[in-house]
Design a protein around this ligand. Structure first.
Ligand code: 4NP
Length: 145
């Protein structure tokens, strides 16, 4: 049973907190968290533009705080979801010996979109597009639990 899911991106201020916020609303029975492979924004709330775009869709992110992904997360979660290939490689590099926790790309749960990653709105500035993908992948993930 998949009851604990961790969403991971690079900074943990745009994509993964948005994924956590969308998914926890869609599947409140699942324990969720998010983390970044990078350390730069540890302790910060989600990026203001992402909070604003999410809030307009009825998704509140203000309570979330960034933290860095750590090897212990492999044991704490049943499933780890990466936003892009770089996240996935950085996560796998920290996998403890013997750990079998699956790490999957978020876009794998929305194959009809034809995307292989969630583009980073911190750079693209396309917060709406990122949220569209996150909502579709969240629905696919929930349907796959
Ligand atoms: P995120 O976006 O990985 O979706 O949280 C980023 C936010 C900040 C940085 C990189 C990615 N940064 O390098 O500061």
């Amino acid at each position: 049973m998949t009851s604990r899911i961790l969403f991971v991106c690079l900074g943990n201020i745009c994509r993964s907190p948005a994924a956590e916020g969308v998914f926890r609303q869609m599947a409140p029975e699942v324990e969720t968290d998010s983390a970044g492979t990078g350390h730069w924004h540890v302790g910060e709330p989600p990026y203001t533009d992402m909070q604003t775009a999410a809030r307009a869709r009825g998704v509140e992110l203000a309570d979330l705080r960034a933290r860095q992904f750590k090897p212990e997360d492999f044991a704490r979660f049943d499933l780890i979801i990466a936003m892009d290939d770089a996240n996935l490689c950085d996560i796998e590099a920290l996998r403890p010996a013997g750990s079998e926790t699956p790490v999957r790309l978020f876009t794998d749960y929305a194959p009809s979109l034809g995307m292989d990653h969630i583009p980073d709105p911190y750079y693209t500035r396309d917060f709406e597009g990122a949220l569209d993908l996150i909502e579709a992948a969240s629905a696919g993930l929930k349907a796959n639990l």
